[in-house]
Design a protein around this ligand. Sequence first.
Ligand SMILES: Cc1cc2nc3c(=O)[nH]c(=O)nc-3n(C[C@H](O)[C@H](O)[C@H](O)COP(=O)(O)O)c2cc1C
Length: 218
Amino acid sequence: MSLICLADFEAYAKENLPKATWEYYAAGADECYTRDDNLQAFRRIRLRPRMLRDVSVMDTKTTVLGEEISCPIAIAPTAFHCLAWSDGEMSTARAAEALKLLYVASTYATCSVEEISQAAPEGLRWFQLYVYRDRKLSERLIRRVEALGFKALVLTVDVPYTGKRRTDIRNNFQLPPHLKVKNFEGCLRDTVALITTASPSIPWTHQSAGRTFVGCAV
Ligand SMILES: Cc1cc2nc3c(=O)[nH]c(=O)nc-3n(C[C@H](O)[C@H](O)[C@H](O)COP(=O)(O)O)c2cc1C
């Protein structure tokens, strides 16, 4: 089977993954309106061709926060890659490194940040972070990824509570016993426990020392 576009990979995944895994990756919350709107939004984007330009030599290189990548594509943070492939996020990091793209590793990776760094030592890596009720937990994660050469933090602010993911509820979705969210001390497996460690009280503004900080976690 030749996989030549994203739709091919999607069809292959649907056919080959366990049902609950496929539905975890594919479904959104409630009626999936937001997921469907996002898909539609991509369809609205058009590339405007510019004619009669010399395109015999093309270069899609660019920089992001001062680091060079081969083209302006980053792999967004997504959880639980080991559900789909035994090397999980290590494979994703290797692929990003080989293509010189940016990989944003999820806090909820099923490989640790140490494993991800070792797998692709030359790759450009950022780290996605939730702000936890226990700020020390956030800080420890930040210190770890900083020491491992992750270049930036991507702060997720749209999950004060998880959406009602109907398929996950119906499937009683859980990580299988051999997989863990390895970035946490104690390597959490319980997805409900994971979500409730995130803080639901991050405000967009924060008053401190007579000044207003916008987009600050307190
Ligand atoms: C299966 C799946 C897992 C995700 N896991 C995370 C995550 O662990 N952390 C996070 O910040 N965002 C996570 N996201 C959100 C994505 O990073 C991204 O913001 C979202 O998919 C919207 O972008 P898109 O329209 O390109 O899919 C996840 C998305 C999907 C589909």
